[in-house]
Design a protein around this ligand. Structure first.
Ligand code: BTN
Length: 324
């Protein structure tokens, strides 16, 4: 569906006005927003599973049981002394897109954007990261760095860090799929998209992380591989997303400021490799080709033993999957 800025702003406004439990009528909406296309609004509400219900001639918010994301709550869990700018949004196009557009204007060392939903969440390989409202984590951290070439290991570093955080959050059975998917029992629980742009001497890097928490039929339908939801693995206690976001901020900054040496990183990633030693298929020149996964090598590339010899893949545009 085509989602324009006006539509996003209209829905954001409706949530803002109703989140405290008070309903809003269409007349009031028209007064604030001018002409709005109710059909389009209803379509987007349904598409992004936004908990807005039709009430009388307007809407009311039906927020469910989860704790909303909240800046003060996130900050209360932080001990880091680095300067961090945290923006919590309800509805955005993409947290990565937002940060990339504004990161050079930031005066803080790190800028964070987290959102309750994304209309155009970006995945790797130009895929969409379907981002329904509330309950999941859509997180981006942006920072400025001198132009460097070693950002190629960053996706692996982020994957190892994210896995460690989830382990400390009490989640077992986590593995990694090259370059940076976090899997649980072979199913994708979280995805990472590192994007960057160069401005003069500086490079702006944005680390985007999406974690599936709440089971959603639409997420299952939108992803071309098995998907997992954190809720299914934490039967007894609710996931505290504000704490999880604070852990992401704290730990990512820690590893960015105190980088481990490349070999230790490769070895940590390797220990969690879900595919190592297994039969895999890799998409090469438009065809799935079979091989044996050897594992990750020193520059972060993935090595596969094929009939024709060893092949190294080093672009996250290459698809990799287990052979049937
Ligand atoms: C993948 O395809 O596995 C990467 C998915 C990355 C999704 C996250 S959600 C927060 C951030 N903003 C985006 O638009 N994408 C990333």
């Amino acid at each position: 569906m085509i989602i324009d800025q006006k539509l996003l702003e209209s829905i954001d406004f409706i949530i803002e006005q109703t989140i405290d439990g008070s309903p809003i009528g269409h007349d009031e909406l028209n007064n604030y927003l001018g002409f709005i296309d109710i059909k389009e609004i209803d379509k987007l509400i349904q598409y992004l599973e936004i908990p807005l219900l039709r009430a009388d001639s307007g809407y009311r918010f039906d927020g469910g049981v989860g704790q909303p994301l909240n800046t003060a709550d996130i900050k209360s869990h932080l001990v880091s002394t680095s300067s961090v700018d945290i923006a919590v949004k309800r509805l955005v196009t993409s947290t990565n897109e937002l940060l990339l557009a504004q990161v050079e204007n930031s005066i803080e060392d790190y800028s964070i954007v987290v959102a309750e939903s994304q209309a155009y969440g970006r995945g790797r390989q130009q895929k969409q990261w379907f981002s329904p409202y509330g309950g999941n984590v859509y997180f981006s951290l942006g920072f400025k760095t001198e132009r460097v070439d070693h950002v190629y290991l960053l996706p692996l570093l982020v994957a190892v860090t994210l896995r460690d955080i989830l382990v400390r959050h009490g989640v077992d059975g986590l593995q990694l799929k090259w370059p940076n998917d976090v899997l649980i029992n072979g199913k994708k629980l979280a995805g990472i998209l590192v994007e960057s742009k160069v401005c003069g001497e500086n490079q702006f890097v944005v680390i985007g992380i999406g974690i599936n928490i709440v089971r959603s039929k639409q997420i299952l339908a939108s992803v071309d591989q098995p998907v997992a939801f954190l809720d299914d693995f934490q039967a007894t206690k609710m996931i505290d997303r504000n704490l999880l976001v604070a852990m992401l901020i704290e730990n990512l900054i820690k590893v960015l400021e105190n980088p481990v040496d490349d070999m230790s990183l490769i070895s940590a990633w390797s220990e969690a490799d879900a595919f190592k030693g297994r039969s895999v298929e890799v998409m090469l020149s438009g065809q799935w080709k079979q091989g044996l996964a050897v594992g990750v090598a020193d520059k972060g590339q993935y090595v596969i033993e094929m009939e024709t010899g060893k092949v190294e893949i080093n672009s996250s545009y290459v698809s990799l999957r287990l052979a049937e």
